[in-house]
Design a protein around this ligand. Structure first.
Ligand SMILES: Nc1nc2c(c(CN[C@H]3C=C[C@H](O)[C@@H]3O)cn2[C@@H]2O[C@H](COP(=O)(O)O)[C@@H](O)[C@H]2O)c(=O)[nH]1
Length: 309
C-alpha cells in the first residue's frame, strides 16, 4: 500500500484546509496509557461467519456495499452487516454470482428488510452486478478463489480487487496528483483477517501493509482529539452538515490526512510500547470511539455522497 501512504502523505504536506497535530496524537496516547485498547473484529456480534468460503462471499458483498449510509438518518453499517448475514443464513445461495448479476433495488431492500429505497440504491445494484459478473468471469463465481489467488498477501489481494472490480478503485485527483485511498478494498482484506483470526482465508503475512480505512467516522474522531484541525471555513461546513462534494480539496484532505495521521499515531504507539502496532487495530479502535454508543461525543462527520465510503 505504498501508493496509498505516499500519495496521502503528499496531500497532508500540501493541504490548505486540514492539518495534523502531533500534540493531539501525544494527548490521545497519554489518555489511553500508551496502550491501544484491543478491539475484536465483530465486537458488535452482527456479521456472518462459518469459517469457510461462504464467509468470503459474504464479505465481498458486504464491502461492495459498505458506503454512504448517512443520507438516511436511521440507516447504519450495522443494518447492512446484519441484514446480509440474515439473508445468507436463510439462503446460502443468495450471493451466488449468478444471483448477484440479477439483483434489483427492490430485491436488495427486501434482503436487508429496509422499508424504503437505500441511499445510492442504483449504484449499489450496479456494483453487485459488477461483482457477480467478474466473479463468474475470472473466479468461477467464488470470492474464495479471488482470496486464494492473492496467496496470503494483503497487498496482492487489494491489487486483485482493484484490478478486477472498478467499483473498488477509490482514488481522487488532488492538485493534479492521483491520490490512492482504496477504503473498501482494504477493509475487505481486514474483514477476512479479523473474521478468520489470521488463519485460512484470513491469513495475510503482510497485514501490516494496509492502512486505515478512510471513512466518515474516523476523521470526526480525530477532530475530537485535536489530531486533525480544520480551517474555520471547513469547520463551518462540517458543523452545519453542508455537503462536501466528492473529490473536492476539502474532502480529499480530510481522508488523506486521516490516513497519514493514523500512520503517525501507529508509529508513536509502536515507539512507546516497543511492539508492532497495526493500522487496522488503530482503525478499529478509533472507529469504535466514533459510534453513537461511545462515551465521547464526536463532532459531526463530513457529508459526501460517494460509492467509496
Ligand atoms: N474506518 C472504518 N470504517 C468503517 C468500519 C466499519 C465496520 N467494520 C467492521 C470491522 C470490525 C468491526 O467489527 C466493524 O463492524 C464500517 N465503517 C464505515 O463507517 C461508516 C458507517 O458509519 P454509520 O453511518 O455510523 O453506520 C461508513 O463509512 C462505513 O464504511 C471500520 O471497521 N473502520
Amino acid at each position: 500500500m505504498d501508493s496509498v501512504r505516499s500519495s496521502c502523505s503528499w496531500v497532508a504536506a500540501h493541504a490548505s484546509h486540514v492539518s495534523i497535530n502531533s500534540a493531539g496524537i501525544e494527548k490521545l496516547v497519554d489518555h489511553i496509557g500508551g496502550q491501544l485498547p484491543p478491539i475484536k473484529w465483530d465486537f458488535e456480534g452482527i456479521h456472518y461467519f462459518d469459517n469457510g468460503p461462504l464467509t468470503a462471499q459474504y464479505m465481498l458483498v458486504l464491502d461492495a456495499l459498505n458506503f454512504c449510509f448517512w443520507p438516511d438518518d436511521e440507516l447504519q453499517y450495522d443494518h447492512l452487516a446484519a441484514g446480509l448475514a440474515e439473508a445468507i443464513k436463510a439462503d446460502p445461495t443468495v450471493f451466488d454470482a449468478h444471483h448477484l448479476k440479477k439483483i434489483t433495488g427492490t430485491m436488495l431492500r427486501d434482503l436487508l428488510q429496509w422499508p424504503r429505497p437505500l441511499p445510492l440504491e442504483d449504484e449499489r445494484v450496479r456494483l453487485l452486478h459488477e461483482v457477480g459478473t467478474e466473479l463468474e468471469r475470472s473466479f468461477d463465481g467464488q470470492a474464495a478463489n479471488l482470496v486464494l489467488a492473492a496467496k496470503g498477501s494483503a497487498v496482492a489481494l487489494v491489487d486483485l480487487v482493484t484490478k478486477h472490480f472498478p467499483g473498488f478503485r477509490d482514488h481522487s485527483v488532488y492538485k493534479g496528483h492521483q491520490v490512492f485511498i482504496y477504503k473498501r478494498a482494504q477493509i475487505f482484506v481486514a474483514d477476512l483477517w479479523g473474521a478468520f483470526k489470521g488463519h485460512g482465508l484470513g491469513e495475510f503475512k503482510d497485514i501490516a501493509s494496509i492502512t486505515m480505512f478512510a471513512d466518515y467516522v474516523v476523521p470526526a474522531v480525530l477532530r475530537h482529539w485535536g489530531i486533525l484541525t480544520c480551517s474555520q471555513a471547513l469547520v463551518k461546513m462540517l458543523d452545519s452538515l453542508q455537503e462536501l462534494p466528492s473529490g473536492s480539496e476539502e474532502e480529499v484532505e480530510l481522508r488523506a490526512c486521516t490516513i497519514t495521521a493514523v500512520e503517525r499515531l501507529r508509529e508513536y504507539l509502536a515507539a512507546r510500547t516497543g511492539k508492532e502496532v497495526l493500522s487496522v487495530q488503530v482503525d478499529w479502535w478509533l472507529w469504535s470511539c466514533g459510534l453513537p454508543s461511545a462515551v465521547d461525543k464526536v463532532p459531526p462527520y463530513h457529508r459526501t455522497q460517494t460509492i467509496y465510503y
